[in-house]
Design a protein around this ligand. Sequence first.
Ligand code: SF4
Ligand code: FES
Length: 333
Amino acid sequence: MNRDSRFMIGLYAGMALVPLFLFLYLLSRWFGYAAAAPWLMGAAAIWLLIFGIIGSVEIYGHGRTALERMPIIIGKRVVKGLESERGERAHGDIQITVNVRRFNPVTKEFDEDTFKVYEDRLTTVLDTLLKVKSVHDNSLSMRYSCRMGICGSCGMVVNGKPVLACEANLFSNLDEKHSITIEPMRGHPLLKDLVTDFDDFFEKHESVDPRLQRTNKEEQYTAHDAYRQNKEDVNRFLPYSYCIMCGLCMDACPVVNSNTEFIGPQALSQVYRYYNDSRDQKGKRRLMDIDNLKGAWGCEFSGSCSKACPKGVDPASAIQLLKASIIENFGDS
Ligand code: SF4
Ligand code: FES
């Protein structure tokens, strides 16, 4: 039961007391218990005073008084059972059908649930899922953190495409019936509902040594000055450093989805990023590590990774450039 419902139950219960008090007052007059009458009228007056105070102060931090919120609370959207915890229905206009394909860890199968919510045009898919969770089913699980496209936690499949739920506009993903289908990513093991397991993803990322390496280890950890770079040096790797490790490219990649050995576009784009950083001295050893079918040669260049990337990293081009560097350095035998 949400706060609005609790408030309304309290309010109705309180209001029901007023006719009760009046009825008891009349009874007491009819049957001559006149002494009880002032007490009953006093109790009714106190309740009306409390109701007046509640009605005139702001409740729940919505910037509206309880009385001002009455039409919202008892408005037609609530009557349809589409209430929301924080009164969002005051702004939401359009009824949305949210189809969620959620993984059940007990049965290891997918459950398909449909929820109805009202939303406006400024809503993201993640906000809608959070509304579903707060209003309809608090067992619905999803992963998110920053809600601004930075942390990379909220990757999921919306209408068949891997996206960041916090960046995806709800209305641009609706079909003509105002419905949307949300599923977990498919390129990662499933944990619960929309939550996937990223252990394998992080292991693959870690396998390419994604950090600056210097030949002189002592100097690497005790450097007294910054490693200086000019603009050209920076531009050689900058676009590839924007990766937020959301895993959408891995989800979109047909090779990752059919060959679990392939380290995938995210890890390979990071090889390219460090290989092209003038501060890094691991050099050709980075290329040797991926000169195999698990690495660069596993890529079949479908390009779906770059299409899915929300940060414009373009892993597909990074992998082709790595292949070219491998051939340049070690030949094509
Ligand atoms: S390369 Fe793009 S899609 Fe892949 S993990 Fe990094 S940010 Fe996400
Ligand atoms: S919640 Fe952080 S990227 Fe979506």
